[in-house]
Ligand binder design. Structure first.
Ligand SMILES: [Mg+2]
Length: 224
């Protein structure tokens, strides 16, 4: 029997999807001459070193990427969901566990990929992709609520939606999740987020697929 006090927040890139879609689309659509110079990797390294905000990175990446909507849709066929996510989403819906995707990536690909899998009922918050005349563009509808380090402040959404007495679970894989987990009672981490949790002595559950998360939800156990 599921615990009705659970609330689940999940990152998208590299969490809901097995591969990071944001990195993938920029690796595909950033101007060739910049890609060959390793420009995108430099930007990512600057972001990880906290010398650039994700807002700055995304703005630069989009401004230097060229793609039509049809090309983007074709590219988005290459990103399978992480195993067990569909079942987890169904379990949440059946058991009225609130599930929200929080992403510092782009709304277009989240919406498109969710629809590809019949998951369009899942609520998500992300930055807004624009198909411009010559390049991609991005808007940050939620940026004003954060400290400026992220385009989309996940902690703000968590504070806004979570209710007192709930057991807040966060599932993520990367650096964009390092602030969000401070607002969670239970953390599931893999890849860069797992390394971060280890380094900072933050309690977490390791995961490879969503089956681990689903088992936890089914157990109804709260370890807070
Ligand atoms: Mg991620």
């Amino acid at each position: 029997m599921a615990n009705s006090n659970f609330r689940l927040y999940v990152d998208f890139d590299g969490t809901v999807t097995d591969i990071d879609v944001g990195n993938g689309i920029f690796a595909r659509f950033i101007r060739k001459e910049l890609l060959e110079k390793g420009w995108h990797e430099e930007i990512i390294n600057e972001w990880k070193a906290e010398r650039l905000s994700s807002l700055q990175c995304l703005t630069m990446d989009c401004a230097n990427s060229v793609a039509t909507e049809d090309e983007m849709k074709e590219e988005l066929k290459n990103y399978p969901l992480t195993e067990g996510f569909v079942e987890t989403a169904q379990f949440c819906q059946t058991n009225e566990i609130p599930l929200m995707i929080l992403s510092d990536g782009l709304d277009y690909y989240i919406d498109h990929i969710l629809k590809m899998h019949g998951l369009e009922n899942i609520d998500f918050k992300a930055n807004h992709l624009i198909f411009g005349e010559s390049t991609l563009g991005v808007e940050f509808p939620h940026s004003e609520y954060g400290c400026g380090k992220c385009g989309n402040c996940k902690r703000w959404h968590m504070r806004t939606h979570s209710k007192q007495g709930e057991c807040v679970i966060y599932v993520g894989d990367g650096y964009s999740d390092r602030y969000a987990i401070k607002s969670a009672d239970v953390v599931f981490a893999r890849r860069d987020l797992e390394a971060y949790c280890k380094r900072e002595n933050i309690d977490y559950h390791p995961f490879e697929t969503f089956h681990e998360v689903l088992s936890y939800l089914k157990s109804g156990h709260e370890d807070i």
